[in-house]
Design a protein around this ligand. Structure first.
Ligand code: TXA
Ligand code: MG
Length: 328
């Protein structure tokens, strides 16, 4: 997709914008990111200003290649090397003890740094064009949405969030659809690997490489705003409901259900959600955005199945429900 002439020119001009200290929104396989040169403090400050994000919330730095981690992390355990080998490029973010050269603004004052090498061809092309041969360059990027809101999975969603205020590379709809899995490896010796945010990666696949299941965060774990109880939220109040309660859904409530079809009298949107977890994750945020525009009194989402592979989407839905109902 990025080999053609005009696409190449677009990527080059986006990389130049980053070098000039401007923001660029770009697709990754998880969600769209709002990127800035991670070594440019003024550029990074623009991310916080545009998103309305508190300054102590750290950012993920996106790298062109795994070999660049040493410019950002001061200690990379063997387990991390094995994980990078298996999952990079891909939807896995690793948290390390940070290198002394990392600007404070990136890590929210914490002693750690979150790194990810995304697989999307447009993200890869942008990162490579931006980095050239320099290992210490990277693109800091949170999801390209206003703070607390639903993450964007298309260029159109980014436009809905920020209008024409940011240059956006369009790479189509994201194939994963929910944010990366975040694994903290900064305290492997004392605590072991800690799962800070579940995503689409199967925890058993992580365990197979780590030799143990990652732990749940304790009170010493790095702070993760993606782990705030309220996040990823539509403006319409959202509720997670059991399948057998859907029959009682009022007709002015929008519904997203895997197992129950719309009764004939239902007035507002009633959509069938995908059966398969990959497809479900891919469509989730677009569905929340769509259902949020219907003027429904509430959005009812059928609670997804229990089970490790549904942990990522269930996590997002629970936070979406907690933070919903605050129009802005
Ligand atoms: O899939 C993704 O991860 C997307 C794409 C654009 O890469 N990015 C993303 O960024 O979701 P953001 O900022 O919306 O969420 C990143 C999460 C935040 O909850 C942040 O607190 C956490 O990563 N994080 C960043 N740096 C960290 C660090 N040093 N220690 C612990 N958590 C960190
Ligand atoms: Mg986010």
């Amino acid at each position: 997709m990025v080999d053609e002439g005009p696409e190449r020119v677009r990527i080059e001009s986006a990389a130049q914008r980053l070098r000039d200290g401007h923001l660029v929104a770009f697709p990754t396989e998880t969600v769209y990111g709002l990127g800035a040169d991670a070594r440019n403090i003024r550029a990074v400050a623009q991310i916080f200003a545009l998103k309305g994000r508190p300054a102590d919330h750290p950012l993920i730095v996106h790298l062109a290649r795994a070999a660049d981690v040493m410019a950002w992390a001061r200690k990379v355990p063997d387990s991390a090397r094995a994980l990078m080998e298996r999952f990079w490029p891909g939807p896995l973010t690793l948290v390390f003890a940070r290198h002394a050269s990392v600007p404070d603004a990136i890590s929210g004052g914490q002693d750690t740094i979150a790194l990810r090498c995304p697989a999307h061809p447009v993200a890869q092309a942008l990162l490579q064009a931006f980095a050239g041969n320099a290992p210490d360059t990277g693109v800091a990027a949170p999801s390209a949405n206003r703070f607390g809101r639903v993450s964007p999975t298309t260029a159109m969603h980014v436009q809905e969030e920020f209008g024409d205020r940011v240059f956006t590379l369009d790479g189509g709809a994201c194939t994963v659809g929910i944010e990366s899995t975040i694994l903290d490896l900064s305290r492997t010796e004392s605590v072991g690997p800690v799962l800070l945010r579940p995503g689409i990666i199967d925890l058993d696949a992580l365990a197979a490489i780590l030799g143990e299941l990652p732990r749940r965060p304790d009170r010493h774990a790095p702070r993760v705003p993606g782990a705030l109880a309220a996040h990823y939220s539509p403006a319409t109040p959202l509720r997670l409901v059991a399948a057998d309660s859907l029959a009682q859904a009022p007709t002015d409530v929008a519904v997203w259900s895997r197992s129950v079809s719309s009764p004939r009298a239902h007035r507002v949107g009633w959509e069938r959600a995908p059966q398969n977890v990959e497809q479900y994750a891919r469509e989730l945020y677009a569905a929340l955005r769509r259902l949020d525009t219907l003027g429904a009194r509430e959005i009812w989402v059928e609670r997804p199945p229990e089970g490790k592979d549904w942990a990522g989407v269930t996590d997002r839905l629970e936070r979406a429900a907690f933070g919903s109902g605050n129009p802005s």
